[in-house]
Design a protein around this ligand. Sequence first.
Ligand SMILES: *[C@@H]1O[C@H](CO)[C@@H](O)[C@H](O)[C@H]1NC(C)=O
Ligand SMILES: *[C@@H]1O[C@H](CO)[C@@H](O)[C@H](O)[C@H]1NC(C)=O
Ligand SMILES: *[C@@H]1O[C@H](CO)[C@@H](O)[C@H](O)[C@H]1NC(C)=O
Length: 414
Amino acid sequence: MWHPCRSDVLCVALLVGTAAAAFVPSGPLTPVVFVPGKGGNQLEAKLDKLNTVNDCAKRSGWFRIWLDLWSVLVGEECIAENLLLHYNETTRKSSNYPGVTTRVPGWGTTKTMEYLDPSWTAWLLGNMGAYAVHLVEGLLKWGYQREKTIVGAPYDFRYAPHSQDDYYGRVRALIENTYIANEDTRIVLIAHSMGGLFMHRFLRQQTDAWKNKYIEAFVTLNTPWSGAVVVAHIYSSGMNWGLRAIDPLVLRTMHRTHETASLLFPTGDAWGADDVIVETSERNYSMSNLDEYFMDINFTRGLEFLENVRDAKENLQHPGVDTYCLYGSGIPTPEMLVYGEGEFPDMQPETKMGDGDGTVNLRSLRYCRRWHDGHNSKTVFYSEELPNTGHHRILDHKRILDVMQMIFERRLHK
Ligand SMILES: *[C@@H]1O[C@H](CO)[C@@H](O)[C@H](O)[C@H]1NC(C)=O
Ligand SMILES: *[C@@H]1O[C@H](CO)[C@@H](O)[C@H](O)[C@H]1NC(C)=O
Ligand SMILES: *[C@@H]1O[C@H](CO)[C@@H](O)[C@H](O)[C@H]1NC(C)=O
């Protein structure tokens, strides 16, 4: 989940170390396909003044709706209104509201993920629009080239994997074409945050023969394997990440319609039936009474949404390719929400902190460690906890390049 990381001052650190830059791979580079997390690529929208159901159709032509930091900072609530999804109970499918058309720019490139907001405004605000730029630049120093050896697979991050058949088909073709364009060299899939869940599901759908032919390794960075408590906050009361100009309840309305919010809701894999997630004066909520939780926050459809994504998030097995699971820890992360009398659900809770990457709880990030056992001995499983590494900051971490070097050396010795 993207949010303006105000506490990080510049949001980014030039951590791409000189040691890593000194490594110069010989032979063809291992091509990289990068898959971002929720909110980790740009989206564009076009509004039809005559058909739109809301009052937000003041702009004409295609424009960048995600991310436009200026609009966010001045409290422009039209973003939330235009990114709402409408749910059809018969087909169980979501779609844009009438009058709103959206598209994902930049298929095959990382450019629309390096900066989510490439404007001068964002740059002047302390480079707040930056996302994957340092990861990409670290690889460029090794001789990688955009759109040749490092390609991007952006998506409409409002839709969960069960609604992404078209995307998955295009990812498959992108991987095959990147392999061919690089002298039949197998690719490394690098996925941040929710992108890891998306690609886990993708790999599960491919045959062993296909994975063997095209995939060198799967690298996941801060993937919320078992969800995050912060989503319960978003579902209950909405969150504006301290941007006072924006009403959290407006964002709550939007996020409740996004299929991917339910993909990131905590699961019973990491939370015990009685681990309290939300505490109120009347009742405590945990995995054992989610039906009451969704009723009490007036969002009974939430249960159905959870059902729709169950297959993509629960009881995940080793993905069947060499897998490197990197995750941060040591940053205070919401672990439990506490509401005083009469505050639930519309007022902001007090947040009790636990360990994690600041967004995702450690118990969810480290879920992948269970793949140390029980996977086929022909595949590698490597995991590493990176102390004091935030949810987004991991994209700047030099260990990513070290892992790329490990993968590269392993490939040479095969
Ligand atoms: C839901 O989808 C069905 C089948 O496409 C359609 O007939 C129906 O009108 C839709 N309902 C709403 C409320 O959009
Ligand atoms: C909720 O859980 C807390 C401990 O986390 C406990 O002290 C409290 O009595 C519980 N409240 C209710 C209403 O069950
Ligand atoms: C519950 O949600 C519906 C729309 O989903 C809304 O019309 C209604 O006012 C809400 N009720 C309360 C008590 O918030």
